[in-house]
Design a protein around this ligand. Structure first.
Ligand code: SF4
Ligand code: SF4
Length: 321
């Protein structure tokens, strides 16, 4: 609970291992909540289309504000990461991707890959990376591989495979088939949480073991990504290289009182159009799609007892004083 937990981090600074990532403003942008699937484990409000797709003119207006502020004024690079629902279902998605490329932004999609190969062919020159999630209640392996193969020569492809315990063996075999078919993709076996909340579905010890071992990457991709590992510095000048999950698993993801670069390195646009500095919500609402947004030019002091979101963890932070 906020306000009660002690700060246990042994580090005084958390920096990006790749200095270019400190210049990259990663924008988590939910365009709406309609989806081509209705996965049994997905809460209805994440796929039922109850939030209308954001208006193209409003999206383009925020592009222009971001370009003026982050690129022209602060000399940063903007990397948009669109989510939904299923963001490729936005009726003007091709125009939105082309306009982002024309502004010099980099663009990622978090997608279930369900649209046709022809569609992916049309948009691939306007993409810099994709996160494709394999939901085998609806997806077909052949189509998913075909989309992955179309994209993988041009960009970093990360695949999440959702591992429902009732279909575990079949899904595990499909994950191995994806590994073989797309050797430079990174693949994560995703344990599922009930209602996408904190409680995990019940996995057997063997299933847990296979989840933690994963399906290792044999060939590393050389494509660029907006984020990677962090360099954590001790007061004595020591340095450790850590992944976001290392902070979570070691319980050292608490930086209350630190200066944090959310808003300078990250932005979040909710499906409702509300704009925040990051997923954690520290700093509150800074504007709304369709009007002028107070895009930040200063870091902010963290007020949260713990930093739960992977994207939030992968942001520069420094102890004050
Ligand atoms: S593809 Fe994603 S958003 Fe769509 S129903 Fe499945 S989990 Fe939900
Ligand atoms: S991302 Fe948010 S919760 Fe995490 S350290 Fe920064 S301000 Fe705190």
């Amino acid at each position: 609970m906020d306000g009660t937990r002690q700060n246990t981090t042994p580090y005084v600074r958390i920096d990006h291992s790749n200095p270019q990532h400190a210049r990259t403003v990663l924008v988590d942008w939910m365009l709406g909540n309609a989806c081509s699937y209705a996965c049994s484990y997905c809460p209805k409000n994440l796929h039922d289309g109850s939030i209308r797709w954001q208006k193209t003119d409003d999206v383009l207006d925020l592009y222009r504000q971001m370009k003026g502020h982050y690129v022209d004024r602060l000399d940063k690079c903007v990397w948009l990461q669109f989510t939904g629902g299923e963001p490729t279902m936005h009726p003007r998605i091709i125009d939105l991707l082309r306009a982002a490329s024309a502004m010099g932004f980099r663009v990622s999609l978090i997608s279930n890959a369900s649209r046709t190969v022809r569609f992916w062919h049309k948009i691939r020159d306007n993409l810099d990376s994709v996160i494709l999630t394999y939901h085998n209640e609806f997806a077909t392996l052949d189509h998913f591989v075909e989309v992955g193969n179309l994209l993988i020569d041009q960009m970093n492809v990360h695949i999440n495979v959702t591992m429902h315990p009732d279909r575990f063996d079949r899904t595990y075999e499909e994950a191995k088939a994806l590994r073989a078919a797309l050797p430079t993709a990174t693949i994560t076996l995703k344990p599922l949480r009930v209602g996408f909340e904190s409680e995990l579905y019940e996995y057997t010890p063997d299933q847990r073991n296979r989840l933690s071992k994963g399906v290792p990457t044999s060939i590393r991709s050389t494509s660029i990504t907006p984020r990677s590992t962090m360099q954590a510095s001790t007061p004595e000048g020591g340095q450790d290289t850590l992944r976001a999950n290392d902070f979570i698993l070691r319980g050292i993801n608490n930086w209350r009182g630190f200066k944090c670069n959310i808003g300078l390195e990250s932005l979040r646009i909710k499906g409702s159009g509300e704009v925040l500095r990051a997923v954690c919500g520290v700093g509150g609402r800074i504007g709304h799609l369709g009007s002028a947004v107070a895009l930040p030019d200063q870091a902010i002091q963290c007020t949260k007892a713990s930093c739960a979101c992977v994207a939030d963890i992968l942001t520069t932070k420094a102890r004050i004083g």
